[in-house]
Design a protein around this ligand. Structure first.
Ligand code: G3P
Ligand code: CA
Length: 263
């Protein structure tokens, strides 16, 4: 059985590729995720949104303007319309790329030659509200990963800044691990994570620098810590020192190398 211990190295944080290897390749593209996996990432992170025909696509922003050669609002466009656009050439690496669906990313993740975990972030507030979690759960069920034997053995983790979004997952798929993301220690150090049954908290690296005790407080409540976005050696060292469980980075291969050297 695949467990967290299978994908971590001697108690050090596991490396999650934030939007793929998104420093080297355009974020949320197949190439960015394949590069992250080839570089040894333990997990992959993606943001998801619903298209007008209710397909989950891996796009961070509300619009496609920054990351494609088109313009428009994701929720007002069909998957076919998105498929006609180039989501790669805007990036300095300069290669054309297609929009990536969550179905395609799940397939890549679950077919990879070693066990890898997928961290799916639902964005809120959005036009389709709770339909995002409904569609996400449907897809995870279809792939057979919505009811793991335990959170530790799950191939999928649902993460969100929205406590309502986390709760919807917890209520309908209680064995799936969930991370309540937060920009402030006030949110993550309080009772919010307990209220929605999150199995972990997700502070930014800036929040963690100011409130390092968040990790121990989460652990005392039985929760793990996922920290984002950790791209500098000094911050990787901090996460390792504090006992952060998952570290999300745009530079997965480099961070993996650094983790070999930190104590
Ligand atoms: O992994 C969490 C992190 O991605 C949250 O911020 O804006 O990059 O989605 P954002
Ligand atoms: Ca994200």
């Amino acid at each position: 059985m695949t467990g967290i211990e299978d994908v971590s190295r001697s108690g050090k944080p596991a490396v999650v590729a934030h939007r793929g290897a998104s420093e080297e390749m355009p974020e949320h593209t197949l190439g960015a995720y394949e590069l992250a996996l080839a570089g040894g990432a333990d997990g992959l992170e993606c943001d998801v949104r619903l298209t007008s025909d209710h397909e989950l696509v891996c796009i961070h922003d509300r619009t496609i303007d920054r990351t494609s050669d088109g313009t428009g609002i994701v929720s007002e466009m069909s998957l076919a319309e998105l498929r006609d656009l180039d989501f790669g050439s805007w990036h300095p690496s300069g290669k054309p790329a297609s929009v990536l669906t969550l179905r395609e990313l799940l397939t890549l993740t679950l077919d990879w030659r070693r066990p890898v975990r997928l961290f799916v972030e639902t964005k809120h507030p959005v036009r389709y509200g709770s339909l995002v979690e409904q569609k996400l759960l449907g897809l995870l069920q279809e792939f057979g990963v919505a009811s793991p034997p335990s959170a530790d053995h799950s191939r999928a983790v649902v993460i969100s800044f929205s406590s309502a979004g986390v709760w919807r997952i917890r209520r309908h798929a209680p064995m799936l691990p969930t991370i309540l993301l937060g920009d402030t220690a006030r949110v993550l150090g309080g009772s919010a994570a307990t209220a929605v049954g999150a199995t972990g908290i997700g502070p930014s690296i800036d929040t963690l620098r100011h409130y390092p005790d968040l990790v121990d407080r989460a652990a005392a409540a039985g929760r793990v810590t996922y920290c984002w976005t950790v791209d500098e050696l000094v911050d990787v060292q901090l996460c390792a020192d504090l006992g952060v469980r998952w570290l999300a980075t745009n530079r997965p291969a480099k961070v993996r190398d650094w983790l070999v050297t930190v104590d």
